[in-house]
Ligand binder design. Structure first.
Ligand SMILES: *Cc1c(COP(=O)(O)O)cnc(C)c1O
Length: 405
């Protein structure tokens, strides 16, 4: 038993963390020369489109299928640093077929949104968090980092120019996709000496146009999304393609998403491309517990996850609630479900804010997750979704919401 515990996941992250610190030091000292030109928003050059697109009626918007008139691009060269930021008409890129992004997956992205408030002002939600994560992802794959505030300024300029594309109304927003790719040509495997940062924007409608629709999950243990010492906590494109086949397989059995498990213990990590929260009832204390997995390198550090934890710790009555980041397993969830102690479960991410869960297939059994009677959501999912939407749309004042115009 002792040796088993020693080998368990709990001890691996410590090793991974010290390895990461060494790696971070290496990146800071060796890889990037410090006299490179930093990203500078004041150098921005704007070329407006001469062919403005006609806009879809907002009811017809499909996630990530239509884009605004303009995009932002900035090139990076190891010899000089960041080049001139450009806003120009949205259009194809031209890259050498040997560019390292196509062969060795030097690619990372961010996902964030702009919201139009009731006064028509455009707001970003905690964009500093996206910039910090962008830089963590970049550093891990030897791509250049940026001054996050400069990139926010540039994104703000793009949003101002394309603000007529930000749809109005509850649930509507403009999805923003900052992307960084390695563009060095040649098939040698090594640190890229050229990169391209670009930002595209897609108007999106409410994730649940006709009200919440709770999802069914397959607890997946035959495929692993992320592992200690790996890169599952970074938004690298390379993490996503391998998850589609398991998702198709779950779909064949009638489940919308994979509940990603890790290790022999079957730790619960994430759901699909979202973080995941469970609410349990503690039979001894009578308190409820809001729980999600800790950030140990196997969990994507979701902005929504962090926001839910902070708001829950701030707003829930501590006499009735515990809010915990801890390890928990599919076995624990199954046991709680069998004993009537599973209260609810939901995924969290920028696209949907919350995705209520209605059942989980695990070990050949189907476990129902309670919902509010007659509804497609649990109480806590709805509560946190409303808390966050009120901040995003400027209904309540919060330093998390940044007006850009
Ligand atoms: C993007 C993402 C999330 C959610 O992050 P948010 O910042 O809340 O949008 C969670 N898990 C994975 C795997 C992701 O890619």
């Amino acid at each position: 038993m002792q040796t088993f515990v020693k080998r368990s996941i709990r001890n691996i992250p410590k090793m991974a963390t010290s390895a990461h610190q060494n790696f971070a030091k290496y990146l800071a000292t060796d890889h990037m020369a410090s006299d490179l030109v930093p990203l500078d928003a004041s150098k921005l050059q704007v070329t407006r489109t001469t062919q403005p697109k006609s806009k879809l009626p907002k009811e017809k918007l499909v996630f990530g299928q239509s884009f605004t008139d303009h995009m932002l691009t900035v090139e990076f060269d190891q010899a000089s640093g960041w080049g001139t930021p450009e806003i120009k008409p949205y259009g194809p890129l031209s890259l050498d077929p040997s560019a390292c992004v196509f062969h060795y997956a030097f690619e990372l992205f961010e996902g964030m949104k702009a919201y139009k408030d009731s006064q028509g002002k455009i707001r970003l939600f905690r964009p500093d968090m996206n910039m910090a994560r962008f830089n963590k992802s970049a550093a891990r794959i030897c791509l250049p980092t940026v001054d996050g505030e400069e990139l926010i300024k540039l994104i703000s300029e793009l949003l101002k120019l394309d603000q007529s594309f930000v749809p109005e109304g509850e649930g509507y927003s403009l999805y923003i996709r900052p992307t960084l790719i390695g563009t060095s040509s040649g098939l040698g495997v090594g640190a890229p000496d050229k990169a391209l940062l670009y930002v595209i924007c897609s108007p999106v409608g409410p994730y649940y146009p006709t009200g919440y629709k709770a999802i069914s999950l397959e607890a997946t243990d035959y495929a692993t999304r992320a592992w200690p010492g790996g890169v599952g906590d970074k938004k690298l494109g390379a993490n996503y393609a391998p998850c589609i086949k398991p998702q198709l397989s779950a779909a064949k059995n009638g489940h919308q998403q994979n509940l990603w498990l890790f290790g022999e213990e079957k730790f619960i990590t994430e759901v699909g491309t979202m973080n995941v929260f469970f609410v349990f009832k503690n039979a001894d204390t009578g308190k409820k517990e809001l729980v999600t997995a800790p950030l140990d390198g196997t969990i994507l550090e979701g902005v929504t996850r962090d926001s839910i934890l902070k708001l829950a710790r701030d707003r829930l009555d501590p006499n009735e609630w515990e809010v915990n980041e801890r390890y928990y397993t599919a076995h624990e969830v199954a046991e709680k479900a069998e004993n009537g102690l599973l209260v609810e479960a939901f995924g969290s991410g920028t696209a949907a804010v919350v995705a209520p869960i209605k059942n989980i297939a695990f070990n050949g059994k189907d476990y129902d997750v309670p919902l509010v009677p007659g509804e497609q959501y649990g109480e806590m999912a709805k509560t946190v979704a409303d808390w966050i939407a009120d901040i995003q749309y400027g209904v309540v004042d919060s330093e998390w919401s940044r007006v850009i115009n």
